[in-house]
Design a protein around this ligand. Sequence first.
Ligand code: WT7
Length: 658
Amino acid sequence: MSPDPSGTIKSVLQEQRVFHPSAELASQSMVGSLEAYRRMAEQAKTDPDSFWGEAARTELEWFEPFDSVLDWSNPPFARWFEGGTTNLSFNCLDRHLNGPKADKTALIWEGEPGDVRRFTYRELHAEVCRAANALKALGIGKGDLVALYMPMVPEAAIAMLACARIGAPHSVVFGGFSAEALRDRLVDGEAKAVITADGGFRKDKAVALKPAVDAALAEGACPSVTSVLVVQRTKESVVMEPGRDQWWHELVSAQSQECAAEPMASEDRLFVLYTSGSTGKPKGVVHSTAGYNLWAHLTFKWIFDIRDEDVYWCTADVGWITGHSYIVYGPLSNGATTVMYEGAPRPSKPGAFWELIQKHGITIFYTAPTAIRAFMKSGRAVPDQYDMSSLRLLGTVGEPINPEAWMWYREVIGGDRCPIVDTWWQTETGGVMISPLPGATPTKPGSATLPLPGIEADVVDAQGEPVDVDEGGYLIVRRPWPGMMRTVHGNPQRFRESYWEYLRPKDGSFIYFAGDGARRDSDGYFWVMGRVDDVINVSGHRLGTMEIESALVSHPAVSEAAVVGRPDDLKGEAIVAFVTLEGSREVSDALIQELRVHVGKEIGPIARPDEIRCSDALPKTRSGKIMRRILRALAAGEEVKGDTSTLEDRSVLDRLRA
Ligand code: WT7
């Protein structure tokens, strides 16, 4: 993909409401005013080395101090805190054990059936050490990749921390992905072990996971995988392959609860997490030890203005970056109490979330706009039945939030008193980049407001030059930051090209392009408008249109496919697929259904098209490029505007309309 210099990005949203932090909140918060925020941002801009160096020294524990802050001599490959050694698991656990935090609750977990488990920092440390020793017993060591394919159980967090402890990078694969998607990720990362579970509870059902692991590993498809560790959760029967599979409760409980954290070099690979891009194959986003740790730590502290007595809950799944940075690493690195919930709101329990808030006295709640819109739709009578007076702060992440949903969130869930932090970031950025700071930043419904200190975000045109106030453009970041991804696993060229060479300003500097369109208003506030590339955002989940197209084309009945997003009130975007069938195939409801199931099997249920339209041809340019702009308009039921003169066959358009 290359920028379309004639393509203008228009923004229609003009929101005037402003909510100022109360004087009380300002006086209690870490960064108590907009002036204080601006001073921090200014300091970070004028002397980034001392800003980040000081933060790294004061916020993290080091085994060996670092010699340099940033080495940007080979852009876009940044090296942060070189010479230093540290360990993320040590920073999340051990460092809290010498003081009052040792017996503080680190993790509160609730299963869907209502079972609750709690771990103090001391207990979590012991569990993580046992799991780390179990991994060692399986022959896993520093540098070996371990894949996790887990339900939302404490063992998911424990396994992540255990990997970090012994220096084995993890690759968490969302449990909703299919066996095929899992296999692709195991092969690409050359995983040595898989940690999984028999299954988990979701919407009042036991959902199996282990069979998908078996299918992914069948017929020697992943020769690098030598062991599979299985957590028992649902107690449904599973097949255990001798010599390869072992039960977590047998192997882990037999281990010692002492395991020294491995000193890791700052730039040692910490984890890989796959995400969709505009080309076919998901990208293995690589994060490294110290920079990621610092960014997850600092951002969590800033945006949630965390206090010792807080009970914090993020509703994400550990299979996404939000779960990594803001269920596990950010909260634990700060010594906070983090809540993890296995389930989801479901017809039998529409108030599941609000009951959890009431029951555990949750003070900070972080969720996605798609969830808020679903709650809105089922009405305020549900949340109104619960006492949510413990809440003091709300957050949202994953997609642009419409002002209506923002207002509902504030009034109904936040009782008109809790500030909302709308946090913009990505898998690639490691942590939040643009967000209000509670107590400092006045908020406007629908705006992620201002970049965090140290983040030089801007909006530019296709030539990489800044656009005017209120003008739409590409959202970019000008300087490296500690939590940035380091490369695409196995493909540094793709990293360079897709993020850092897409837009090149005249002065030749490297700028990071995120894939989003945005505008800035006269207060410098950012209004993120969504993806401008071939990525669609379904309920806050990123899906590459190319991935879904490849899945469709892999079905014998399909000859060609083009997938676009259609605006959807609930999900943000719905998936619409245009396909042409192989010569002899006839369209039927059964075939359409079969294609949907096929995509679910290839990628996962979240990627199933909401609508599939069959036709005898797709609209293409003379050079054979599918004109997605036209398909997007057709999918949305809009009139096809703009130039269609480059169409190879104008009659295709009439047939598609018909
Ligand atoms: C894409 C990144 C970051 C964790 C969840 C998703 C969209 C994310 C916001 C927001 C508008 C947002 C962007 C971004 N996005 N947060 N607050 N406002 N858009 O991570 O799967 O890497 O997706 O999510 O389009 O590029 P991800």
